[in-house]
Design a protein around this ligand. Structure first.
Ligand SMILES: C[S@@+](CC[C@H](N)C(=O)[O-])C[C@H]1O[C@@H](n2cnc3c(N)ncnc32)[C@H](O)[C@@H]1O
Length: 437
């Protein structure tokens, strides 16, 4: 396909997403099925265009003065590809499969510099109805943070210390992929592969390092969140929202395979990948407890756990770098649902903490209603718990990892927050609490 035909295809997919409110993955898949002549490079290029357009949907639409796929694609070229009107006209001209030439109105809109006067949610590319919530926690940095949230995320890997050390894993990856991973200063066990659009994402899951269990794919923010929970060798730990096991694996490594982790999730299908992942990582101290009908499979753990981790179901507003589609799909009703889920799982989790034990609550969301407000309400319902000073949570990690987090982590009254701009991670909130002895 020619570059201009790819642009036309991306417009078609975007219109499908916008007009039928379809998930982007479904729209791209259907487009591929209906256009079998398109090769893998074409599909990747169209996918990249569509994802880029979704990252910057509001600002691009504003710049072009329209709302549909065509307007967003034209605006994207203007605001995020640095093209002027003549440049855009060159990009979309061609004999076959080219979009219609620019109309006089489009040309006029694209010629103006409209974005400077746009409202904050447009300049920062986030939904207007979340502006107050985001502003409450991000304040004056909201637009800058949301702009960072609209960029493409790097690929982060966690070195599995049960099998390998960071220097060796970095050498292995460099020789397998032909590129040297970065070593973010915040975490000695993180290897980072920045985006290289022309090469596409490396296929980590087929590397020897991955297959041997030397590395796991995990965002740096998720790695740090698991560290902040404070699992230590010998502890009894319940990971009550274990899902595919990202945090379970990180905690098992931090515990050096000593002590016990119970991995539970109310949805047994979500637990399915954990078995292979545990085996690959050489983990021996995890017992997977899948739910069973009419049986409380966690009964014997009540009041016994040194640490209960709640990696809570949430809106995922912190992961918009990876799912730009999600920021336009989230609705007030789904936020309200997640808040209810969080109340339920926190109340359940509290039962398993031993006196003097810890309860760690994590979300990949930046919304205070899922984070600080949720913890404040929990403390009202459970007066035996209190928040561990977030500064001391950070200090404990810094001492252990021999790093300084400084401004990379934002300390809040009920916990701490990581953000794309300040931390270079997905957005995360972590609150650590203790139960009175
Ligand atoms: C953020 S995901 C967990 C991700 C996982 N910990 C990881 O690091 O890969 C949240 C999980 O909570 C589970 N969940 C939701 N409500 C729950 C409940 N009441 N009890 C246990 N798990 C629950 C969901 O099924 C989902 O798998």
């Amino acid at each position: 396909m020619t570059p201009v035909a790819r642009i036309s295809a991306a417009i078609e997919v975007l219109d499908d997403v916008f007009s039928r409110r379809r998930p982007v993955a479904d729209a791209l898949k259907d487009w591929g099925l209906a256009h079998r002549f398109a090769g893998s490079k074409d599909r990747r290029a169209i996918g990249d265009l569509v994802f880029d357009a979704l990252r910057h949907r509001a600002s691009a639409a504003w710049a072009a003065g329209g709302e549909d796929g065509r307007a967003v694609m034209l605006g994207l070229m203007r605001t995020h590809r640095g093209l002027d009107v003549a440049g855009i006209e060159r990009q979309i001209s061609g004999e076959r499969f080219a979009p219609e030439p620019l109309s006089a109105e489009e040309r006029a809109a694209l010629a103006e510099d409209r974005l400077a006067a746009a409202p904050d949610p447009v300049r920062g590319d986030y939904p207007e109805w979340l502006a107050d919530e985001l502003g409450r926690v991000l304040g004056e940095t909201t637009v800058a943070e949301m702009r960072a949230m609209a960029e493409v995320a790097p690929l982060d890997l966690r070195v599995n210390t049960l099998k390998c050390d960071a220097d060796r894993a970095a050498r292995e990856l460099a020789s397998e992929l032909g590129r040297q991973p970065e070593r973010p200063a915040l975490a000695p066990l993180c290897l980072r592969l920045p985006v290289e659009p022309e090469r596409g994402e490396p296929h980590i899951a087929s590397t020897e390092s991955f297959l041997k269990g030397h590395i796991e794919i995990q965002d740096l923010g998720s790695q740090l969140a698991a560290e902040f929970a404070g699992a230590r060798p010998g502890m009894q730990v319940l990971d009550i929202c274990a899902g595919g096991g990202g945090k379970t694996l990180a905690m098992a490594a931090a515990m050096g395979n000593h002590g016990q982790i119970f991995a539970y999730d109310s949805d047994r299908r979500r637990l399915a990948p954990i078995h292979d992942r545990l085996a690959r990582a050489g983990i021996r101290n995890v017992q997977v407890r899948a739910p069973k009908p009419n049986t409380d499979v966690l009964d014997d753990l009540e009041h016994r756990m040194d640490l209960v981790l709640v990696d809570a179901p949430c809106t995922g507003t912190g992961t918009w770098r990876r799912n730009p589609d999600a920021k336009w799909r989230i609705r007030p009703g789904s936020l309200a649902e997640r808040i209810k889920d969080q109340v339920a799982v926190l109340d359940q989790a509290a039962r398993y903490v031993r006196p003097g034990g810890r309860l760690a609550y994590i979300t990949c969301s930046l919304l205070p209603s899922e984070n600080g407000d949720q913890i404040a309400a929990f403390l009202d319902r459970h007066p035996g718990f209190s928040v561990v000073d977030p500064a001391s949570v950070v200090a404990a990690y810094e001492a252990e990892a021999m790093v300084v987090l400084g401004e990379a982590v934002t300390l809040l009254p009920q916990g701490l927050m990581m953000t794309p701009l300040r931390s270079g991670t997905d957005g995360f909130f972590v609150s650590v609490m203790t139960l009175r002895s």
